[in-house]
Design a protein around this ligand. Structure first.
Ligand code: ADP
Ligand code: MG
Length: 230
């Protein structure tokens, strides 16, 4: 039976990369479920498969085998266009390296998502609304080069959530931030979950982020070794 509150369901999910004439089994059979409203950390040593898993969930890459449903969609069966649609309308992404468009101001970076979605009216207002909500209004007209790393990442979160996605995926979002900025990014993400019911799954090495998570899922060598609520 389908259950709307399950946003991610992976069964025996595998991903093998072929590099030259050798293979890397990045995921060796992952079973995982994430429910609406969860605030979960994906942890594990470098090379354990965290980014690979997030990329599959984000429909940025395709599994080698196994089942994967994300926000009700059967990801391996989707066409390229349908995958793009899933990313654009149901998912938000935050990356380690912020990835803001350098020639656009903060508000233009946020508006850009709405433009891609074909939203015509009120783009500026909606972008300003989320910047306001996240306390970033005074940064609206600055370009990324005029922002600190912490500020860039906060703008990147605004961009990720402006279209109110159900599920936000973040790959080591605090890896380049100092302690204060990392804490404030966590506060921002937790606030979005608490206020808007958005669901978060973030990969991290950062002990402080792990401590703030409500669930910690540990990947090791391509399999889930631990899964604890805290
Ligand atoms: P993590 O994010 O936990 O550090 P990754 O998911 O990036 O781990 O990597 C898991 C394994 O898959 C590693 O051995 C890595 O070298 C390998 N890998 C990841 N992406 C590729 C790729 N595009 N081509 C070949 N090997 C890859
Ligand atoms: Mg990684």
């Amino acid at each position: 039976m389908l259950n709307d509150s399950i946003l991610i369901s992976a069964k025996d999910l595998k991903k093998t990369f072929t590099a030259g004439n050798f293979e890397v089994q990045a995921l060796k059979g992952v079973d995982f479920e994430l429910r609406e409203g969860e605030f979960a950390a994906l942890v594990g040593p470098s090379g354990s498969g965290k980014s690979t898993f997030l990329n599959l969930v984000g429909a940025l890459d395709s599994p080698t085998s196994g089942e994967l449903r994300v926000v009700g969609q059967d990801v391996p069966k989707l066409s390229k266009e349908q995958r793009a649609d899933l990313r654009l309308h149901s998912l938000g992404f935050v990356f380690q390296a912020y990835n803001l468009v350098p020639v656009l101001t903060a508000i233009e970076n946020v508006e850009f998502v709405l433009e891609l979605q074909g939203v015509k009216a009120e783009r500026r207002d909606r972008a300003m609304e989320i910047l306001n909500e996240l306390g970033l209004a005074d940064l609206a007209d600055r370009r990324p080069s005029e922002l600190s790393g912490g500020q860039q990442q906060r703008v990147a979160v605004a961009r990720a959530v402006v279209s109110r996605p159900k599920l936000v995926l973040a790959d080591e979002p605090t890896a380049n931030l100092d302690g204060t900025n990392a804490e404030s990014l966590m506060d921002m993400m937790l606030g979005l979950r608490n206020k808007n019911g958005m669901t978060f799954l973030f990969a991290t090495h950062d002990q402080r982020m792990m401590n703030r998570a409500e669930r910690v899922v540990t990947l090791e060598d391509g399999v889930i070794r631990g899964d604890h609520k805290q």
